[in-house]
Write a protein that binds this ligand. Structure first.
Ligand SMILES: O=C(O)CCC(=O)C(=O)O
Ligand SMILES: [Fe+2]
Length: 378
């Protein structure tokens, strides 16, 4: 190899190593332009409208998602709230949840400790970097780091939350109070998830209340399964990006799981696909953005929609979000509820399980085709 060729191949190798160190590393190294690796094809880039450029377009791109006041579910307005919930899940796949009962302090502590984790030196964070998708803790960058052709502007820490006594010793012990804050947050979101599942089953006409107290019905058994179900938390970190118009924090995707409870800080970035448009979800302090995952779309036989969403980045501010993904236990088979299928309304999805999802992740570039598309029968 000629000396100049050797030099350029050495440079390429260093660059590739740098991408795998993540975008916080790139940001801190002071880059002025995003490397080629992060540039999305034109058709996939965000349209960065500002209010001043085109007020009509800007307002169209700022959708007010249905806001569900959770406290109202337990009062005289329950039926109306269930209707709004059903409307949101059918038409948007997303809603914002206020007055959910999780103390402000628990939320603030989680965002704070998540931020302090990303403030640790790279050597500390790197300890959790692994290609193994089944480990209790995984630190990484982009979306599907080993498969992504184009990298996205996001670093993450993923924490498996069950069974807690087994996974907890693997969670980061630094920064201080990380485990305490993250455990409290994961337990609170799990309780909220169970309450949401009860409401969602009821909104689908599947009633959990037992008529005969000595007998458990199918739905109660199912709720018990959710209590023992899977929970995965992803702390996402998006540092400022020099060219937010060329890249994305996360590419369009739907969430694997039944429901995601997402906490976003005050910096906007999350966009949801609605009628072929990308619309920004305005952060509401202390509220959760809740979205239907692939499993709920399958379970509801397509009535509730697992909708594509993506994340934009910006040149000024870091952004943190914490996604808590909940579903049935990892080894469960997910299928349409027998209560919702009939001869005239046949099942639209293949039964699925976690192994099928892992297979999908291994086999293709996850941004090309959604997992859900691979499960549809028609
Ligand atoms: O950062 C966000 O707002 C969205 C994150 C997300 O979609 C995810 O973690 O699946
Ligand atoms: Fe997501």
């Amino acid at each position: 190899m000629s000396p100049s060729l050797a030099k350029s191949s050495e440079k390429l190798k260093n660059e590739i190593e740098d991408y795998h160190k993540g975008v916080k590393y790139l940001h801190e190294s002071g880059i002025q332009k995003v490397p080629k690796k992060y540039i999305f094809p034109i058709s996939e880039r965000p349209n960065c409208y500002t209010i001043n450029e085109n007020p009509q377009v800007a307002s169209k791109h700022n959708l007010k998602l249905p806001v569900i006041d959770f406290s109202q579910l337990y009062g005289p307005n329950r039926a109306q709230v269930l209707d709004s919930l059903s409307y949101a899940c059918e038409n948007y796949g997303f809603f914002q949840l206020t007055n959910h009962g999780i103390p402000e302090e628990v939320i603030k502590n989680m965002v704070d400790v998540g931020g302090r984790f990303f403030d640790l030196p790279l050597v500390e964070r790197e300890k959790y970097m692994t290609k193994d998708m089944t480990t209790p803790v995984r630190y990484g960058t982009s979306f599907n780091q080993t498969k992504d052709g184009v990298f996205c502007w996001r670093d993450f820490l993923k924490l498996v939350c069950d069974p807690l006594p087994q996974v907890l010793p693997h969670w980061p012990s630094s920064p201080s109070y990380f485990r305490e804050m993250a455990v409290t947050y994961s337990k609170e979101t799990k309780i909220l998830f169970i309450k949401l599942v009860e409401a969602i089953l009821e909104s689908l006409g599947i009633n959990v209340a037992t008529k005969n107290k000595t007998q458990q019905n199918d739905e109660e058994i199912m709720l018990k399964e959710f209590e023992d179900g899977s929970q995965l938390m992803a702390v996402n970190f998006y540092p400022p990006c020099p060219n937010p118009d060329l890249t994305l924090g996360m590419p369009p995707h739907s969430d694997y799981g039944f429901l995601t409870l997402l906490l976003q800080d005050e910096v906007e970035g999350l966009q949801v696909k609605s009628n072929d448009d990308w619309v920004t979800i305005q952060p509401i302090p202390n509220a959760f953005v809740v979205n239907v995952g692939d499993h709920l779309e399958i379970f509801s036989n397509g009535k509730y929609k697992s909708v594509l969403h993506r994340v934009l980045v910006n040149s000024l501010k870091s952004r943190i979000s914490v996604a808590s993904l909940h579903s049935l236990p990892f080894n469960s088979i997910i299928k349409p509820s027998p209560k919702l299928i009939s001869e005239t309304n046949p099942s639209l999805y293949k039964d699925t399980n976690f192994a099928a999802f892992l297979e999908y992740l291994k086999s293709c570039d996850s941004t090309n085709k959604s997992f859900l598309e691979t499960r549809r029968l028609t």
